[in-house]
Ligand binder design. Structure first.
Ligand code: PMP
Length: 461
């Protein structure tokens, strides 16, 4: 570390101390709740995802409506985190709330289909392309099922992912390339999985690397987002998807496109807007408006191959196949009713247009501030999502992110954001719009980002 970098790190640390101090002073009730929560929860809150907020502990939510959340200390936030995409429909959207209430009164879970499911199945095909669908309770579950099917129909074990990816609690994907070596994704410790046997990892946008990794003929599936959203946004190179599709076809490898986050690109995800041809399509999070849900859809040819191994069941022959795709509550009446409300009334073309317009405005304003201050940062915007990264150019791979990322600056920005009434996902600076996100909300973000830049300048950082 040079003397200048050490000095800068010291300044950022002091600024973060001050922001965390301010955060504690502003949030006495959340602080007390967190202290109590830590008595009973393994990681302080009901989910370990709730613990990494930059203030030092999470704010406890009192109520959320549209693009706003109010916490138990009475403070209001413009919510660009939106439950890390689960809330992309906006909080408490009327259509979903009404559908949920109506269905709850008629029964939530019966292990029986409802008529709504017929509409939902047809709509999933119309939007996203694949012919045959299954609902799960999470995107993780949908990815697990997609991997299982890939292995069953190819007879191969390996799952290929791109470094810096995240696809949920799917162990095969918990690998990355760091310092040129394949290892476990940071903070995920030895997990009993023989990753040499089941995982392969390549840098995103690396066609030659992908070709070499598939050449062994032992990869059951490639599991990827259309562009990477979980390690800062990593845009996809022109031509990469064409190469990916050609190479996977040639290698007899199933291509799984995980659109859990990129559903923010448009009504049919990135797949529809860019004409991708996945063998298996996966989505989750926002797809049922916040009620836990995932979906996976199979291309006709993949379904036929699966049916050869596990045919449709004939109860008279007492057949049963414990496929275990998703959980017992998957596709239940409540999930299906809310999914219908989302697809019919919330994630509509008109709302996407609005959300993408809002994201474009936010990105333009952020770029204007960054350029005016001459900062070596950039903003990526794809669909309804924007990302501010503290490096001059968008990364092309996980390696670029590792080389260029400034985690201390990210944490400081996030703490400052919270204190000024803005929430972003705690893992990187990703800002997502919902239909209710307004121009005023964006203007607030612009004003707060401008203040943050002033803070840094004033501190000489
Ligand atoms: N796929 C992607 C691309 C994701 O970003 C995530 C979660 N961040 C998942 C799958 C898993 O979703 P869940 O945790 O809801 O199962």
């Amino acid at each position: 570390m040079t003397a200048a970098t050490a000095e800068r790190a010291g300044v950022l640390n002091r600024l973060l101390d001050a922001e965390q101090e301010r955060f504690r002073a502003l949030h006495p009730r959340s602080a007390a709740a967190w202290q109590e929560g830590r008595q009973h929860y393994l990681y302080g809150g009901p989910s370990h995802w709730m613990r990494r907020w930059a203030g030092g502990f999470p704010v406890y939510a009192e109520e959320a409506q549209g693009a706003h959340i109010r916490d138990i200390d009475g403070r209001d936030y413009v919510d660009f985190c939106l439950g890390d995409t689960g809330g992309m429909c906006g909080h408490a959207p009327e259509a979903v709330t009404e559908a949920a209430l109506a269905q709850l009164k008629r029964g939530a879970t019966m292990m029986l289909p409802t008529e709504d499911s017929v509409w939902v199945g047809a709509e999933l095909s119309r939007r996203f392309g694949p012919k045959y669908w299954t609902l799960t309770t999470s995107a993780t579950d949908a990815n697990r099922a997609a991997i299982r099917i890939s292995r069953m129909i190819t007879g191969r074990r390996k799952v290929l992912v791109f470094s810096g990816c995240y696809h949920g609690g799917v162990e095969e994907a918990h690998v990355e390339i760091r310092d040129g070596r394949v290892g476990l994704r940071n903070m995920i410790h030895p997990n009993g999985i023989d990753h040499d046997a089941v995982s392969r990892v390549v840098e995103f946008n690396d066609v030659a690397g992908l070709e070499a990794a598939l050449a062994h003929g032992d990869v059951a599936c490639v599991l990827t987002e259309p562009l990477m959203t979980n390690f800062g946004m990593i845009p996809v190179d022109p031509g990469f998807h064409r190469a990916l599709r050609d190479l996977t076809r040639r290698a007899g490898t199933v291509l799984i496109i995980d659109e859990t986050h990129t559903l923010s690109c448009g009504p049919g995800g990135y797949t529809e807007s860019h004409g991708l041809e996945p063998d298996i399509f996966v989505a989750g999070k926002a797809i049922a408006g916040g009620i836990p849900a995932g979906v996976f859809g199979l291309a006709h040819e993949i379904a036929e191959r699966l049916w050869k191994i596990v045919p449709h069941v004939n109860p008279r022959e007492r057949q049963s196949a414990h496929l275990g795709f998703g959980g017992t509550l998957a596709g239940n009446a409540l999930t299906v009713a809310t999914m219908r409300a989302v697809l019919e009334k919330v994630l509509t073309s008109a709302n996407y247009e609005r959300m993408i317009g809002t994201a474009t405005w936010l990105a333009q304003e952020a770029r204007r501030l960054i350029a005016a201050a001459g900062l070596p940062w950039h903003v990526t915007q794809i669909g309804a999502r924007a990302e501010i990264m503290f490096m001059p150019q968008p990364p092309r791979s996980g390696a670029d992110v590792i080389a260029g990322r400034q985690p201390d600056l990210e944490t400081l920005l996030h703490a400052f954001y919270i204190n000024e009434g803005i929430l972003v996902t705690p893992f990187h600076t990703m800002l997502l719009m919902c239909p209710a996100t307004s121009a005023r909300d964006v203007d607030k973000h612009t004003a707060v980002l401008a203040q943050f830049i002033d803070l840094l300048r004033g501190a000489g950082a």
